[in-house]
Design a protein around this ligand. Structure first.
Ligand code: EAX
Length: 323
């Protein structure tokens, strides 16, 4: 009797310990809607972490900037008030300037090139630069190749951009480039963009098809041009102290979960790129699919000369030369 009571007591206690461990809950956020390439990313991450840690860690997912815009979420992760976020590199240079090189326009030939760079030695070296700043960068994900939209006119050539007031990310490389094209660059958090477009505070914005669809910008923008002017990486960031507290096996589980999440996220970007033009056209956007890219590159020549100087030609070539 006594023994069986003891056994019941012990198993109850062990059950309590197990369920207490299962209650280690972390938060991850994105600035875009759940039905998006980033939503797929963090949903996959949460599922993988739970699976790979046998339920000892749970990740709560927050969408549409409900925990704050990208810059605020990065800040929260750095401080540790929030464990995780998935973000574009838009506001990252304000925290980790080394990443700025990735935001140079027309640097990558295509998504395959960008993915090869990010998954190879250059990308891994860049992930390491987050550590002294209080982050564990788990993996690169993807936001996509950015295109321009506006409410004023069809953009067929770089001259058509002159004087357009466009929202840009809070990113010094982007701001310099768009100014170089004659755009009136207006940096703003993503969470404010829909309203700014709707109210005419800005004429346009630029984002990958994935984001344009997830944010329903077709409701407030008529003209889309597939400028493909810059690749937009995304990244899975974790508070470094929170990561350091994990066991070695759990650290691996978190990193592998982020890599799985990046795969799902990139697959959705590919799907969105394949369907995006037809879908946005069906919603009423006028879409210019083919522009003479060389003319946009030429228009950016003076700005690019500055980037070559700032980042070093050798560093840019190292990226360009990845096959
Ligand atoms: O991460 O700020 C932006 O335009 C980003 O592309 C968007 O928030 C998705």
């Amino acid at each position: 009797m006594k023994l069986s009571k003891l056994i019941i007591g012990m198993s109850l206690a062990m059950g309590l310990v197990a369920s207490a461990a299962a209650q280690t809950t972390m938060k991850i956020s994105i600035s875009v809607a759940q039905n998006s390439h980033q939503g797929v990313g963090i949903d996959t991450f949460a599922k993988e972490v739970e699976k790979r840690t046998a339920g000892r860690y749970k990740v709560q997912t927050f969408y549409s900037g409900s925990l704050g815009a990208e810059r605020e979420s990065i800040e929260a992760v750095q401080l540790g008030t929030q464990e995780l976020t998935m973000t574009s590199t838009g506001p990252i240079p304000n925290f980790v300037p080394e990443t700025k090189i990735l935001d140079v326009p027309f640097l990558f030939r295509d998504k395959a090139h960008a993915r090869a760079v990010l998954d190879g030695p250059i990308g891994q070296e860049l992930l390491a630069t987050f550590e002294p700043k209080g982050f564990k960068a788990l993996a690169w994900g993807e936001n996509g190749i950015r295109h321009m939209t506006n409410s004023k006119r069809d953009v067929k050539a770089p001259e058509d951009l002159k004087g357009l007031k466009m929202r840009t990310m809070e990113n010094p490389v982007h701001i310099a480039a768009y100014k170089g094209l004659g755009i009136v660059a207006t940096p703003m958090a993503f969470t404010e963009v829909f309203t700014a477009l709707q109210q005419g505070t800005v004429d346009g914005q630029e984002n990958p098809l994935s984001v344009i669809m997830a944010a329903k910008f077709d409701q407030v923008q008529k003209h889309l041009t597939l400028t493909g002017h810059v690749y937009s990486p995304a990244i899975f960031l974790m508070n470094k102290a929170a990561f350091d507290k994990l066991s070695a096996a759990d650290k691996t589980a978190f990193v592998e979960s982020a890599r799985e999440a990046a795969k799902a996220n990139r697959a959705r970007v590919d799907k969105d790129d394949a369907n995006g033009v037809a879908e946005l056209r069906s919603k009423g956007m006028t879409i210019i699919e083919n522009v003479d890219k060389a003319r946009f590159v030429a228009a950016l020549a003076p700005v690019n000369a500055g980037f070559e100087k700032d980042f070093g030609k050798a560093n840019l070539d190292r990226i360009r030369n990845v096959k």
